[in-house]
Write a protein that binds this ligand. Sequence first.
Ligand SMILES: CC(C)(COP(=O)(O)OP(=O)(O)OC[C@H]1O[C@@H](n2cnc3c(N)ncnc32)[C@H](O)[C@@H]1OP(=O)(O)O)[C@@H](O)C(=O)NCCC(=O)NCCS
Length: 300
Amino acid sequence: MSTRVNILEGFERTPFLRFTSYLTARQLDGKEGKVLFGATCDGLPAGLLAISPDKDQKSGSIKSLFVDTPLRRMGVGRLLLEKAQEFASQSHWEKLGVTWFHDALFAADIEAFFKAMDFSAPKTNSTLFRASQALLEIACETRIRESAPGITMFAWAERTAADEVAMKDLKEEHEIGDGLHMDGETFLPISEETSLGLRQDGRLAGWMIHHHVSADCVRYSSLWVSPALIGRGFGISLAIASARRQHAVANEIPRFTFLVANNNDAMHRFVSRRFQGGALDSTSKILQSEKILNHQHPAR
Ligand SMILES: CC(C)(COP(=O)(O)OP(=O)(O)OC[C@H]1O[C@@H](n2cnc3c(N)ncnc32)[C@H](O)[C@@H]1OP(=O)(O)O)[C@@H](O)C(=O)NCCC(=O)NCCS
């Protein structure tokens, strides 16, 4: 069997996109600097590996990896990763990272593969929570702080052009990503029905933005309050108030997900205190592993 790996350009990608999810394919589409490697066995598509540079451009991450089931354990994954590492080294990336769900269908295979390829032992970097009606009902029963002198919440659908400009400025000033997801996902439509904003003295001072990830599910993507308001209960209140808005449209959008980074102790405490006993549908830990790349730095 002859196995080859090539960088895929333009329409060459199409036969390989069945090796990744629709969402990942769309996410990759909007990513600058992404590179897709396609493996063929005897000329037929056998696997796909996609990488893209991290925000700092000094390192990169694997965004997708899949080898066709009948062709596993034949060195296809190894060849894909070797080509990706070659590219990463030539790009002078310091390391290549990868993340996966601890309960993914092939999690054990993924872990064994990256161990064999000398990646670091996996560590949990965040947790994805999936929820629906039960949690929305808890939100409806929870007391929140909706206003204070000079501070009001408003439906994101009623944002003004000034709010949009303020959000853009705040995102730049405070380096806020477009989503809670590591990469943000600007292509996902905002859930106008459920997202909320916060104004202080007429100026935008926070938001809880939801994105549609499918017809019946939104992701609570970006929760932010201005540093001056931290510790006054508005962050959690925004999240809960947005869940109440979702409760009002739960017939159409019953499900939601949210991601909590490992180092966000306050949110983890809040989740474990408030959402016990079946309120959550499921949780998945996101595991992270990386490999430091040894390459020759150009002479200075
Ligand atoms: C992980 C994956 C890419 C490995 O691809 P592969 O082509 O089977 O890997 P290789 O044959 O190149 O394996 C290289 C080495 O990794 C290790 N390895 C790979 N799969 C393994 C497994 N299931 N168990 C133990 N070791 C494994 C072995 O050491 C192997 O070398 P060997 O076969 O000489 O012993 C493949 O199993 C896969 O696509 N899994 C599904 C991934 C997925 O779900 N992706 C979507 C979310 S990211």
